[in-house]
Design a protein around this ligand. Structure first.
Ligand code: HEM
Length: 447
């Protein structure tokens, strides 16, 4: 006979004939097994990583944080990695926590071996931008990368690039006019935002024939979204807990990112749709092409391989978003650091000014043919890029094990990043000096 107590404890759904306690028991066993399997998997991964990187000298690492706790201070990351690069002059592992590490290559001899192989881009560095820029040239690899690359190459023909010069000159004038007004206020100005808006304005005009007026109209929601996305991508990279998708997705920054992505995609889709519509009509197409230069978007929409296959709508959008990001963020960073170098070294600034004035003569705007004559200015740009590379490293995931010239190997599947800066390969004390001597030979001119 069932006691009153037992009847009272019976769950309400016992009439279903299901033993709820048994279900809980099974769920607990299942959960624990999953946790145990994950722990074993993580342990094995850690052992694999320790073994893989044991052949390379390493900065002391914490068992849990790896090197992360040493790289938290904003603005210090690159300096610290630079110091370690000098201490370990070929390559050293960088640990992000206990279960993730990559080989940080610091010597050109090592970098040459890596880049001679054509391994795919690693899926860690660019992972955070994919929800925005999709799978365009920057993240693709293998046959699809090759197909896109071949289809887009005509977009970089001189005849396509030449008409971009006056458009970039116009955008630059807008920026300089703004600075003229700001100078009058006699306050310091953060240049990077101004330069970013100028490069964004340029890429939109050149590649997509889109007059955004973003330098003067900051209310434009698309510009705001692209600007927010660029900031949020950099921000996420710096905050290590945000590297986890779930943590980021649930965070206020993750919410902001998703919202900005939606806005940006909506805009890109509209631009592509409108252009497609206008190209449908033969007469309209002829009219449009006569009126303006063939831009990057036209090339994307007309691209066909030897089998007559073009890019899908998704691929077109990925390339548009990729170029929108890559085409303004890197150049903004490069130009801002160049201006910094010119401010630090007024003697070089003066030489550049004289050179450009001489090339311009009576004109007040740069033309395509002028670019090749700017020998001194080009050397300054190269030196600034060497000291402050806008893309500080290039990462690859190894498709097969790699052996360097000194016999050290790194197994398949591991990540290797080659640093863009070569300061540590220079003589001590010379690495941070802004000097043009290293380019004079190639420029064929003594300064
Ligand atoms: C100072 C300016 C720039 C720097 C320092 C820079 C740097 C780089 C680097 C290092 C890569 C190789 C990435 C990798 O292999 O993992 C790359 C790739 C790429 N960049 Fe730039 N870039 C600059 C300007 C631009 C501009 C203006 C555009 C577009 C208009 C652009 C579009 C791309 C694209 C599409 C890729 C992928 C290429 C491929 O894999 O085929 N970049 N860039």
């Amino acid at each position: 006979m069932t006691s009153v107590l037992e009847t009272g404890l019976k769950p309400a759904w016992s009439w279903l004939g299901v033993d709820i306690y048994r279900i809980f028991h099974l769920a607990a066993v299942f959960g624990l097994t999953c946790v145990l399997l994950k722990v074993i998997q993580l342990y094995q991964r850690r052992q694999e990583l320790i073994k893989a990187f044991s052949r390379f000298p390493s900065h002391p690492t914490h068992w849990l944080y790896g090197h992360v706790h040493e790289l938290l201070q904003e603005g210090e990351v690159l300096n610290k990695v630079e110091r370690w690069s000098q201490k370990y002059p070929y390559a050293f592992p960088l640990w992000f926590g206990s279960f993730s590490a990559f080989l940080n290559i610091t010597h050109p001899d090592y970098a040459k071996v890596l880049f001679a192989r054509g391994d795919p881009k690693d899926n860690v560095t660019y992972r955070h931008i994919v929800p925005w820029i999709g799978k365009g040239l920057l993240v693709l690899h293998g046959p699809k990368w090759y197909q896109h690359r071949k289809l887009l190459t005509p977009g970089f023909h001189y005849d396509v690039l030449k008409p971009y010069v006056p458009l970039i000159a116009d955008s630059t004038k807008v920026m300089l006019d703004k600075w003229e007004q700001l100078i009058a206020q006699e306050k310091s100005v953060e240049l990077f935002e101004h330069v970013s808006l100028m490069t964004l304005d340029s890429i939109m005009k050149c590649a997509f024939s889109y007059q955004s007026n973003c330098q003067t109209d900051r209310e434009n929601s698309y510009i705001q979204a692209v600007f927010d996305l660029s900031y949020l991508v950099h921000h996420r990279l710096r905050i290590f807990p945000y590297h986890n998708d779930l943590v980021y997705w649930l965070s206020p920054h993750g919410f902001q990112f998703r919202k900005a992505c939606q806005l940006a995609h909506h805009h890109t889709d509209t631009v592509i749709r409108e252009r497609k519509e206008s190209l449908k009509d033969e007469r309209e197409r002829e009219k449009v092409q006569k009126k303006r230069h063939l831009d990057f978007l036209d090339i994307l929409l007309h691209a066909k391989d030897e089998n007559g296959a073009g890019l899908s709508d998704e691929d077109v959008r990925a390339e548009v978003d990729t170029f929108m990001f890559e085409g303004h963020d890197t150049t903004a960073s490069g130009i801002s650091w160049l201006l910094y170098c010119m401010a630090l070294y007024p003697e070089h600034q003066q030489r550049c000014r004289e050179e450009i004035k001489e090339i311009l003569g009576d004109r007040n705007t740069i033309q395509w043919d002028d670019l090749g004559k700017m020998t001194y200015s080009s050397m300054c740009i190269k030196e600034s890029l060497r000291l402050y590379p806008p893309v500080p490293g290039v990462s690859r995931q190894l498709s097969k094990s790699i052996t360097f010239h000194d016999g050290r190997t790194l197994p398949e599947e591991e990540h290797a990043t080659s640093r863009a800066s070569s300061k540590h390969t220079m003589r001590k004390g010379e690495e941070n000096i802004f000097t043009l001597q290293r380019y004079e030979m190639t420029a064929g001119k003594k300064t």
